[in-house]
Write a protein that binds this ligand. Structure first.
Ligand code: ARG
Length: 474
């Protein structure tokens, strides 16, 4: 085992091995390796741009970094890095560069601290992962919108619930549109993270105060797809806000996905029978031969808790630490990366599982008025006939109680009686789920024309967000 640290000149004794291992972030930050190389090459360009290193040294460093990039891509670098026992992936890359270019390699870390290096590398990682997350959410939204449009054509209905109790009849397209609207907000959150991760480049900030060397920071910033070099060195090396924002956006995405999943899980039970999952998205029981379980959606539900936990841990690890860099931030990074990687996996599974859900449209439509879901429409009819909301609510409530005792739905014949009881006349009111849905008049309601408008608006919003991109480079 070759022990290789990037410091040590002032120490007389070697560090305690167990404590060194405790302080290592190598395993956590191996996924950052490709971003460190990109970052290191930009640093070389900035050193060259400021005439801090010669063109020959820069070329040698660049060639060595290119070789490291190849080793990262073919998977051999991870084994190398673990064998060196370096403190982190940044030290391991520096070490590998010196293997390939012993002389020039000694200049790679010129004017650089791991503080600006880690902050910049993490931002590149965050930008790439936020873009992936945005793509996953966009695919989910795309699918939900397509499915909603089909359901609008078929006119399938469902009894919307509140408190899981039958509430009002709605179009299945309306439920799917609700899920799509949630996903659109998710996409916008990821989009903001992508933009924020392309604002200020911390590279060239050094340990905390900048450098006496004329490093051309604007060159590395542009090469890395940032809008500008950061304005305040101390802030930029101690700032993990965008990374935490990504984790927050992932946690929020999974909380939304968990709510949609909860409904699918319940709907897949024979008691509901609203949906059936393809075999591809179902699992069986090792004991009960009849079982067909909706595991992907149950796991998505649980992953939301994991992401929220990671977010809480990340925020906790940051709170109370003074400005600038403190080693606590290594833990922040670990919580962010674990949360992001696991969360992205769950978001992808959610997106992949959605098309395996088949809606039993006939069955759900047939039960859309169960549980007196049209009662509000009858009360509205009374209000239209001149009753107050309180009178109408009371009168229809009484009639529901009667119908329930007689184990029957509300009939047209009840209407006249109800109206009479409050001294009004009504000749018509929506008595079926379909009539209830079609009678809705407000913007954003479940009326087919309103749902069509909402879906079209969401379609164009989705297209606009998908087109919006920034800070590519990586
Ligand atoms: N492994 C550390 C991290 O990820 C690198 C930064 C160390 N900086 C320092 N000043 N000791 O945060």
């Amino acid at each position: 085992m070759k022990t290789e640290l990037q410091w040590g000149g002032r120490f007389n004794a070697a560090p305690d091995e167990a404590l060194l291992r405790f302080g290592s972030s190598l395993e956590d930050d191996l996924p950052l390796a490709p971003y460190d190389v990109i970052c290191s090459r930009a640093h070389v360009a900035a050193l060259l741009g400021g005439n801090v290193i010669s063109a020959e040294i820069a070329a040698e460093l660049d060639a060595a970094l290119e070789r490291v990039a190849q080793e990262i891509a073919d998977g051999t670098f991870a084994t190398y890095a673990r064998d060196t026992d370096c403190e982190d992936v940044h030290g391991a890359i520096d070490r590998r560069v010196r293997d390939f270019a012993p002389q020039a390699g000694a200049s790679l870390h010129t004017g650089r601290s791991r503080n600006d290096q880690v902050a910049t590398t993490l931002l590149l990682y965050v930008r790439a992962r936020a873009q992936t997350a945005k793509d996953e959410a966009a695919q989910a939204a795309q699918y939900l919108l397509e499915r909603a449009e089909a359901a609008l054509q078929s006119g399938a209905m469902i009894a919307a619930t509140t408190h899981w109790q039958p509430a009002q009849p709605v179009l299945l397209a309306f439920w799917l549109g609700t899920a799509a609207e949630m996903m659109l907000r998710v996409i916008r959150r990821f989009d903001r993270v992508v933009s924020d991760a392309a604002r200020f480049s911390p590279l060239g900030s050094g340990a905390c105060s900048g450098s006496t060397l004329p490093i051309a920071r604007e060159i590395s910033a542009a090469q890395l797809g940032f809008a500008a070099p950061s304005r305040i060195a101390m802030d930029s090396i101690g700032n993990r806000d965008v990374a935490v924002d990504l984790l927050h956006a992932i946690a929020r995405a999974l909380v939304d996905a968990s709510r949609i999943s909860e409904e699918i899980v319940l709907w897949a039970t024979p008691a509901f029978g609203y949906v059936k999952l393809d075999d591809a998205a179902s699992t069986g029981s090792s004991l009960m031969p009849q079982k067909r379980n909706p595991d992907p959606f149950e796991l998505v539900r649980a992953h939301a808790a994991g992401a929220v936990g990671a977010l809480q841990a990340a925020l906790g690890s940051m709170s109370g630490i003074a400005l600038s860099y403190h080693r606590d931030l290594q833990e922040t990074k670990s919580h962010v990366m674990h949360g992001v990687e696991r969360g992205l996996g769950a978001l992808r599974a959610f997106r992949l599982a959605l098309p395996y859900v088949h809606f039993n449209e006939e069955h759900m439509s047939a039960h859309a008025s169960d549980g007196y879901t049209i009662a509000t429409d009858l009360a509205d009819a009374l209000i239209t006939a001149g009753a107050t909301a309180r009178e109408a609510h009371e009168a229809i409530g009484n009639q529901v109680a009667v119908a329930e005792a007689e184990k029957r739905p509300l009939h047209a014949s009840d209407l006249t009686a109800i109206a009479k009881a409050v001294g009004r006349n009504i000749d018509t009111a929506p008595l079926t789920a379909k009539a209830s849905i079609e009678a809705k008049q407000t913007i954003g309601s479940t009326a087919p024309a309103q749902v069509a408008k909402a879906l079209a608006s969401m379609r164009s919003e989705l297209a606009a967000i998908e087109d919006h991109c920034c800070g590519s480079a990586v």
